[in-house]
Design a protein around this ligand. Structure first.
Ligand code: 4AD
Ligand code: MG
Length: 477
């Protein structure tokens, strides 16, 4: 007989039919009722055991965490809380779980504790919901681009270039690091390394993505990226997943339109297809909020936040306008910002981004035309000589969720900027070819996948939306 997933079983009309269910025990009550879960949904299926006719040694082995296989009859439930249940005919223990040692007990555990046992936290309701949503969002992203005729490009993980020019790279080598070969000047001789040169993990697939966009028009990447930035925050990971579309013949406005459409599409997809998990997380967040002092509580529930994002246009303003708003804000005047905003040109801190989104506009904001000094070399230079065609999308509770720009397609301007910023035109000669042969207006952006998952799930720490987070001084599992 074929196994039925719990989610399916719970939707099936009971007609006393035989059914085969497999899963893990969440709880076992009164030697009679098993709540069994197989990860297809947070809802458990109730298995009723005839304990008078079941061997005592078997009953003892039905413990939280144990894997079971049950062949039984699907009936309308006699009790409250579920519509169907399974009366067990045969029950097989597939894998025991020592109740004394199994760290997950049928009670509420803190997220900090669960992070330490990340290998088991998939089996909790919270992480069940989070990772089913993560899956749905990933699928929705591919669906969105596929429907628009974008080509999915796999850009390399190991590269020899620094796409952001920020020097935050993890080196890749197979040298004996205690004793690397040296050249005649006493420097490490990377010519003898595996790739014959200095290599690192990619910080972004953008530069290779641009090459592909110059042939397919519309492409996207969706892969892991790595940043060796020492940021121990609730929004930074050393290894994170990024979605990077790149479009020929797009200007910055087209770019913003696409980003806004993508975000709304994937949130809507999660709403339509994973509502049960969203509801669960909505309740979870509401309970967490209740623990906070009144003034720190969010005005909106998770579901309200998502709905609000779907129904409103994102506010679009320039960096210069944002600086004016921040400078004039009471927050700034009363010195409530850790970093006060007093001049044009400063980089925005997340406290400023969140002020604009959560306090001032109360909706997602797209900031454009940043000072060139705080942005990457490849962004298109404006005629004012000071700003570039950059855009960052800022979300409530998150801050920057998307970073992108129209690209500098004019070879001379690009080369001048690279020289100013000490970026080797020799190393990136292949990239410059896109500006030599058939250059055209183009644009793209990067969406941080975990920041998206944070927003949609209402979780507050980025370590809780990726199965095995990599952060400074932490690389477990
Ligand atoms: O703004 P970033 O650095 O932009 C780029 O990498 C461009 N090459 C993108 C492009 O135009 N194709 O990163 C893009 C997004 C950020 O907005 C943020 O959401 C996410 O990636 N991000 C991180 N997410 C988690 N941990 C980190 N350390 C992140 N750094 C960036
Ligand atoms: Mg950025």
């Amino acid at each position: 007989m074929k196994r039925t997933r719990v989610k399916e079983a719970l939707k099936t009309t009971p007609t006393n039919q035989d059914i085969l269910i497999k899963g893990w025990v969440r709880t076992f009550r009164n030697n009679q009722f098993i709540a069994l879960n197989d990860g297809s949904t947070n809802n458990n299926i109730q298995i009723v055991v005839d304990f008078t006719n079941t061997d005592e040694t078997i009953l003892k082995r039905i413990t939280t965490g144990a894997a079971l296989s049950i062949l039984g009859t699907l009936i309308a439930s006699q009790g409250k809380g579920q519509t169907v249940e399974v009366v067990a005919k045969t029950l097989e223990i597939l894998g025991d779980s020592d109740a004394e040692k199994f760290p997950l007990q049928p009670k509420k555990h803190s997220l900090e504790f669960l992070r330490e046992i990340a290998h088991l936290r998939f089996r909790t309701n919270t992480f069940g919901a989070v990772f089913r949503l993560r899956n749905a969002l990933a699928f929705a992203i591919h669906k969105f681009f596929n429907e628009k005729g974008f080509v999915y490009i796999h850009t390399p993980i190991i590269t020899s270039s620094d796409a952001e020019g920020a020097g935050e790279m993890f080196r890749v080598t197979n040298f004996d690091i205690a004793n690397p070969p040296k050249d005649e000047n006493g420097n490490v001789d990377f010519k003898q390394d595996f790739f014959g040169k200095n290599t690192n993990l990619t910080v972004s697939g953008q530069l290779e993505g641009e090459l592909a966009a110059m042939a397919f028009s519309d492409i996207y990447t969706f892969g892991p990226t790595f940043r060796a930035e020492n940021s121990n925050t609730t929004r930074h990971l050393a290894e994170f997943w990024m979605i990077e579309p790149e479009m020929a013949f797009y200007d910055l406005n087209d770019n913003m339109d696409l980003a806004e459409e993508l975000l709304k599409y994937v949130i809507k997809y999660a709403w339509d297809n994973n509502y049960e998990d969203l509801e669960f997380l909505n309740t979870r967040l509401a309970e967490e909020e209740k623990q906070k002092p009144q003034q720190d509580r969010s005005e909106f529930t998770l579901l309200e936040k998502l709905k609000f994002c779907l129904e409103n246009s994102f506010e679009r303003i320039t960096y210069t306008q944002a600086i004016e708003i921040l400078k004039e804000s009471n927050h700034n005047k009363k010195k409530k910002f850790q970093y006060l905003v007093n001049e044009w040109g400063v980089d925005l801190q997340s406290e400023h981004e969140r002020y604009l989104v959560e306090k001032h506009f109360k909706k997602p904001v797209i900031l454009t035309d940043y000072p060139k000094y705080i942005k990457a070399f490849y962004m298109r230079q404006n005629d004012d000589g000071k700003t570039v065609r950059a855009m960052d999308i800022l979300f409530p509770g998150i801050g920057e969720i998307v970073g992108g720009s129209q690209r500098e397609e004019r070879l001379e301007k690009l080369v001048t900027r690279m020289n100013e910023m000490n970026i080797s035109t020799h190393e990136l000669d292949w990239y410059l070819d896109t500006r030599r042969f058939g250059a055209c207006e183009h644009a793209g952006f990067g969406l941080g996948f975990e920041r998206l998952v944070l927003f949609v799930t209402g979780m507050t720490n980025i370590r809780d939306v990726i199965p095995f987070p990599r952060t400074p001084k932490n690389c477990e599992f």
